[in-house]
Design a protein around this ligand. Structure first.
Ligand code: GLN
Length: 479
């Protein structure tokens, strides 16, 4: 295959369709790219030699896709970047994986992440951190940093990530790619290792909205194996690839533009607003007054659910086990030796807020505030169709800068977590660069099950700008 790494997924698909290249050529070309270029990034955990590509004639048949290491692929290692699962082999395919396989996609490998998806920098991984392809002294973001870095460096056309509080969108923003978190219930969680079950969603990480719409078509849909999966009519998301924003009302919440937002991100979002206006959108100033409670609420709800979900890693059912003479010792040695420090912090926080003395004061109160945050959005969406915000307060920070200060790390999710608390679809897309050439992300948040408006706006934006076409220098050279 021609060394044309700048091709988008749908363009490679076209070449396969017209028989200009074969599916196996495409696979080995990307595989080679990973082998030769991933060293400085560390975005992959495992790379597969080959993929079973079904004869399916779907549009994306034969295209390689990388999968975050917390989604089960039958017969392959699934580790969640944790020592406690370092030798665990998935016994079944997650529903998203079965769907990808049915559509003929070639699963090429698994990607690095923060342990169990706890983090915003991919520094909490037992495999070491993933670096940012735009500047390897900076983090890729997290927790899906492996997937976003791999896509940004064009090591794969696209990848899947998971998003509990921003883990698809924040690293997408740091790496300059499109990261889509669908509505809660839209994509099956069956086979996704649970972090915060009421918040987690799997979503596509791509370079452009045409690829996102096509991947959403493949992975979305009701699944009887997931009790929170929602029955909706099967939609074709590519219907929304329309270059026009006429009369779409975009709300801009003032709470997302206050102290803490870096000036360069603020300016970039102002420019996004101008682009949307020029395409016919109507900009409305709105308020989401409970925004300032979102981080605190999220860290109580998410840690509570995480502490409960992680109970299953006890040395008996899955993964690592430390032998000891009593069951209690076996539990504590296994968990003490094999969970990383952020996982332990979440277990402590969650166990504390779920404990009988503090349940009402913390967990129940957080649930009540979660409802108020949702009400804010319901109210805003009576007035506007979508909401536009920055994705993160800054561009990618430097490796090590926040790792010893959990609170400042938690604050990098300030703009993304509300969409998870409210279950809403949200997407981050590249909208500029700072003076050090690090990407800036903009976020669109939609009404429940209205992914289509996000696709329409994102597509229109990309038709009128070229930030999504830029490739980091280190990865722009031919292999
Ligand atoms: N950074 C957030 C956290 O650490 C979100 C993680 C995620 O979405 N998985 O919890």
């Amino acid at each position: 295959m021609k060394d044309n790494f700048s091709l988008f997924g749908y363009e490679i698909a076209e070449k396969i369709k017209t028989a200009e290249v074969t599916k196996s050529e495409v696979f080995s070309w990307f595989k080679q790219r990973v082998e030769k270029l991933d060293k400085p990034l560390n975005s992959f955990v495992s790379l597969f030699d080959s993929a079973d590509i079904s004869e399916q004639k779907s549009l994306f048949s034969g295209l390689p896709i990388a999968i975050k290491d917390n989604i089960c692929i039958k017969g392959k290692k699934i580790t969640c970047a944790s020592k406690i699962l370092s030798n665990h082999i998935a016994a079944y395919d997650a529903t998203v994986i079965s769907r990808l396989k049915t559509a003929g996609l070639a699963i090429i490998g698994t990607t690095n992440m923060d342990e169990f998806a706890f983090g915003s920098s991919t520094e909490n991984s037992c495999y070491g951190l993933t670096k940012n392809p735009w500047n390897i002294n900076c983090v890729a973001g997290g927790s899906s940093g492996g997937s976003t870095a791999a896509v940004a460096a064009r090591l794969v056309p696209f990848a899947l990530g998971s998003d509990t509080g921003g883990s698809i969108r924040q690293p997408a923003s740091f790496c300059g790619v499109v990261g889509f978190k669908p509505t809660y219930g839209r994509v099956s969680r069956f086979g996704l290792v649970a972090f915060g079950s009421s918040l987690d969603q799997i979503g596509p990480i791509t370079t452009n909205f045409i690829d996102s719409a096509n991947l959403l078509n493949i992975i979305c849909g009701f699944d009887p194996f997931d009790s929170t999966s929602v029955k909706t009519i099967d939609e074709d998301f590519t219907d929304s690839l329309i270059e026009d924003c006429k009369n779409i009302k975009i709300g801009v919440p003032k709470e997302y533009f206050q102290e803490g937002l870096s000036p360069v991100c603020r300016e970039a979002i102002s420019a996004v607003i101008e682009t949307f206006k020029a395409k016919g959108a109507i900009i409305v100033d709105i308020s989401l007054p409970y925004t300032s409670y979102a981080v605190a609420t999220y860290y109580i709800v998410a840690s509570s659910e995480a502490s409960s979900n992680l109970q299953r890693f006890d040395g008996v059912k899955y993964g690592a086990r430390c032998e000891a003479s009593t069951v209690e010792d076996m539990y504590s040695l296994t968990r003490g030796n094999n969970f990383g420090s952020e996982a332990k912090r979440r277990i402590f926080l969650g166990t504390y807020s779920l404990s009988s003395g503090y349940y009402d004061a913390y967990y129940v109160r957080a649930l009540k505030v979660r409802r108020l945050i949702k009400n804010d959005f319901d109210k805003a969406f009576r007035e506007v169709d979508v909401i536009l915000t920055p994705t993160a307060p800054s561009t990618a920070f430097r490796v090590g800068e926040k790792i010893s200060d959990p609170l400042s790390m938690y604050l990098s999710d300030v703009y993304t977590i509300s969409a998870n608390l409210a279950g809403l679809p949200a997407v981050s897309f590249p909208c500029g660069f700072d003076k050090d050439n690090l990407p800036i992300g903009a976020q669109l948040i939609g009404k429940e099950f209205d992914e289509k408006s996000l696709i329409r706006l994102g597509y229109s934006y990309q038709q009128n700008t070229d930030f999504h076409k830029k490739i980091p220098k280190l990865f722009g050279a031919k292999v």
